[in-house]
Structure formats: C-alpha cells, structure tokens
Design a protein around this ligand. Sequence first.
Ligand code: HAM
Length: 449
Amino acid sequence: MIKAVRGTRDLLPPDTALWNFVEEAAREVFRLYNFQEIRTPIIEDLSLFQRSVGEETDIVSKEMFSWPDVSGGVIKSGLKSIGQLDEPAKPGLDGIRRPQTLALRPEATAGIVRAYIEHDLNRTGLLHKLYMMGPMFRRERPQKGRYRQFFQIDAEVIGPPTAGSESPSVDAELLEMLAQYLERIGITGWTLELNSVGCANDRPKYNEALRAALAKDLDKMCEDCRRRAITNPLRVLDCKVPEDQPIIDKLPRMLDYLDESCRQHFQAVQDLLAAVSVPYVINARLVRGLDYYTRTAFEFTHGALGAQNAILGGGRYDGLSESLGGPKAPGIGFAIGEDRLVLALSKTAEEFSAPPDAYLAPLGAGMDREAAQLARELRKQGIVVELGDESFRLKKSLETASKIGARHAVIIGENEVKADAFAVKNLATGEQVTVPRAELASRIQERRP
Ligand code: HAM
C-alpha cells in the first residue's frame, strides 16, 4: 500500500469546504484593498532562495527539497557523467558545465520578487499589490500545524520609492487588512506581535553589539549559534534550542539600535495602527526565519494552535529586489499558513455543506436517457442535481437521496415522461406532488432554505 509522503496529506471533502471558504474570503478582502493575483512556478532555481531567504537560515540550510536538473534521472556517484542536461548550463569559472539546481519553493516572496524583476514591473512607476495562494515545501519535522507540503496565502506590496513603497502607511494598511480578514472569517483571540529589525544602515552596529555580547557565552551555545555568531549574528535570536534561551534573552535588542529614520518609521506604523484600532504588542525578539527582512517584522499568533502558534508572518524587505539584481523596489508582505488558519477556525466543515437540491431517480429501462436530459435542463437553471440510475429500485433511490442529504427526489418513470410532469418528493416532509416539467426548477428552488 503506497501512502502519502511523510509530512504531506490529503485534504478531503467536507474539510475542503473550509479551505475554499478561507480562500474565497481572502480574495474578497484582497479585492477591497486593490490587490491582484499573481501565480509563479512551484519550482525555481535554488540560488533564488539562497540569495533571498538566506543560506544561514534553517529553511535554506536544512529544509529545501532540491535536485540537479538532469534528464535520465539517476546520478551515479563515482561516475563522471551525471546524466544529460536538459539545457546545457553555462560553464562555471572552472569551465565545467554543471546542471542547474532546482528547488521546490519554500515560500512565495522570493518567486514574486523574481517575477517583478523579470517582467520589469518597476517600469510602471506604481505600487504593485500582488497576492498568491498555493503549496510551499519545507523538509521540517512534521507535527500538528507543521507539514512538509503546506499552503500559504501570500500578499506583497512592492514598487519604486516614488510610488510610496517605503511609507509606513503601507505597513499599517497591510496589518489592518489582516485584522479585517481574520475578523471576516471569524477568527478572534489573535495577537499581532510587532518588531523592527532595522536596515542596512543600523544593522552592522547591532551585529557588532550582538557579537560582543555573545563572545563570553558562545562556548556554551549550540553549534548553529556558534557559527551564526560569526556569519549572521541576527540568526542567533532565531535559535530554538532550550538551553540557549537564557543567554539569548539577555542579548541587546535591535530596537535600541535603530537609526533615526527606522525609529521614526516604526513609530509611524504604531501610530497608524492605533488610529485604525488594530491592537499589537511589541516583541523585541521577533526576527523571523528569513534573512531578507528590514524594518517592520510581524507575526499573528493564536493561542489555540499549541507549539506552532504563528498563523501568519511577514515584514518589509526594502533591499530584496536589489540583492536579486533588480531595481530599488522596497516592499512588504505576509504569508498566512493556511493549514494553521483552518485549525484556528471555529467553524466546522458541516456548516459549509451544500447538499444537492434534487436527486433524480430514473425508474426502469430507458429512463437514464430522460433523466440525463432533465438534469441538464435543471442544472442550466442553477439547480444542484445528483443523478441516480435506472437500475436502482425506487426504495434504493430514495434511500440514496436521503443519505446524500438531497432536499427533493424527482421520480422519472415512463408515465411521468409521457405526461411531461414528474413526482417531486420533499424528503424532509415526505410530501409528494406532481409538477409539470416547465415548473420543476422554480418549484425546487422555492423550497430552498
Ligand atoms: P514564514 O514565517 O516562513 O514567512 O511563513 C509564514 C507562515 O507559513 C507561518 O506563520 C506559518 O503559519 C506557515 N508555515 C510555515 N512553515 C510551515 C509548515 N512547515 N507547515 C505549516 N505551515 C507553515 C514566509 O514564508 C514569508 N515569505 C512571509 C512573507 C511574505 N514575508 C514577506 N512577504
């Protein structure tokens, strides 16, 4: 028996109704804020994530699904040839052609910014407000709320500074939109945790302070922290090793190292949030697990989720486009973890169940044909129809109709066809009436709850 791969899962009905509900609500809310949909590929060049999310992050250093793009498949160790390249890659500095390494996307922002640069969206001089929904892949240890294939609802605002992309009002609008969205889908009890992680200007000073503070305790810390203290000290704040936490708690706070413009920006975001009554708490240790962030960083957490309590996370990435070879295009965005969002919903799948309006029960040989025609007519008029089979006895048809929750059974026998009028049984009341073909749709619709 072949089972779903570890960390992946099947989403079955009726649960899928919950997924559709949160996705449709997101589309509606995004529309109100003038966002438009973008769809980027699930596979990208691995180097895109190395250069954006960052090589020192857990996501890139430990959790990527990646492979060299060779056709013929197998890479035999010890052999010089590693298969045929689909397209000859450019030779490296050493003159050797190596296959491109592909990766399943672990997140959406890098691909969206790549697309922004590739299609020169900057040329419009406007803000681009883009959203995307889809599966992401990280080879994490699976547990409740954490999967290897999971789904994100992602939104990004990006554009040249002249379009206002650096403005704190963009940050506040995005956060207010999230609060509005969560309210619309009935999620209460969330906490917005907010921080500023500074910018290229003040980060070096902070990194110095971190390195200095870490120096005396480093030998007591985990291997990752010891390496990161040198390569990328901010990542130390992201360490999850319990023994390291007391040391990390005492480290200097980025908020105390913000330069004047970052400090003002952060203050303006907070003022605007207060103006639109979106509550938040400052979490000075919030650094997020991706390297591209600058200034505003945030997460919405929810108490009902246990250890994996972040429903969503995001922040600014003012230098990301340039670090990928693009124009200056500051941006900010977020990704909602849809799997966790659905877990935090207080609604049940049953609330969204939409049983058929009518079950058509063809009775006897030749009636499938009549039922098929009638089903087509009714569906054209917006009636949800489930079709029975002429080989079923009436009892079986009525039982099936009840089991699937149909509100009416329409009986189609030879006599009905001749009279062009059909027996319609209300399955809740048991009441049965004969209805001429032309009135069937309106009769069935009029009884809709
Ligand atoms: P992230 O914090 O890595 O940010 O992921 C966002 C959300 O995705 C998390 O808060 C969580 O709800 C969900 N998530 C992450 N990993 C898993 C997993 N293994 N299983 C289930 N859910 C998961 C980003 O991905 C950034 N790209 C967000 C962003 C957009 N920043 C700016 N723009």
